[in-house]
Write a protein that binds this ligand. Sequence first.
Ligand code: GDP
Length: 292
Amino acid sequence: MAIQWFPGHMHSTRKAIGERIKDIDVVIELLDARLPGSSRNPLLAELTGHKPSVKVLNKQDVADPARTPLWLDWYNAQEGIRAIGLDASEPAPARRLIDACHALAPQRGGMAKPMRVLICGIPNVGKSTLINTLSKKSQAKTGDEAGITKLEQRITLADDFYLWDTPGMLWPRITIPQSGYKLAASGAVGKNAYDEEEVALELLAYLKQPYAPLLEARYKLGLSPAAIDALREEELLEAIARKRGAVMSGGRVNLQKAAELVMTDLRSAVLGRITLETPAEFEAWCTESEAL
Ligand code: GDP
């Protein structure tokens, strides 16, 4: 079963973004660097049309350092897009963001033509964290903008640079089954929308080949990478359950508990720096799902 996720409130968000977008020069979309394809929202492209876009691969500190450059190249090869990687530990991300926006809209700048930027991203991608960092760095004024929604904020990053927070929530739109599993594993989807054991099994089915050494380092299974890859994901989850003491009375393994453990380890990066998709894999999933 693929992940089913139909959150409400999209209608008002769609309307509010539609109203705001005409006065926007550049759209910043925050993506999770651990799933840079699946964490984008295709609805945003529909709503923002031809506006230039900066894709921020956030949380790059916990993403696979070998894969992030592949994704940056993939996005940078697209017309009207600039991609940069960021992480919460970076003390001053503002300069790189501002530079990327100016590169996309060089006609804007100066008090008469301030740069107007909208920042968007699905829940849990790190938008509040980034906005707080930006606000502190620039002693930004934040406040409600009348007229659109009560929650919309305008942050002044410089006298000629305004950043608007997205009004409402931009939920992930899951049209690709593999993206659904990865979004659920990363924590971007509500907990009641999926079965943890099923998501953990999909996760292990993916991890066991490229990330077998990380699984061994964390769970001390006593297996070579080839042996881990050769296991079925059910066997792998069971082995992890036994190693981590997720065993019920009578010696039966508690797969639900093991599933929770694996996902907590992924989300907290205790498992290591992992990226759950490459551009080539993501493109193949898109093609498959279009063919369905
Ligand atoms: P929002 O829902 O998009 O506003 O996400 P938050 O800003 O609340 O962040 C969600 C979680 O991700 C929080 O636990 C943050 O501490 C964490 N987070 C945000 N940015 C980063 C980052 O760059 N690296 C890491 N490792 N964690 C981050």
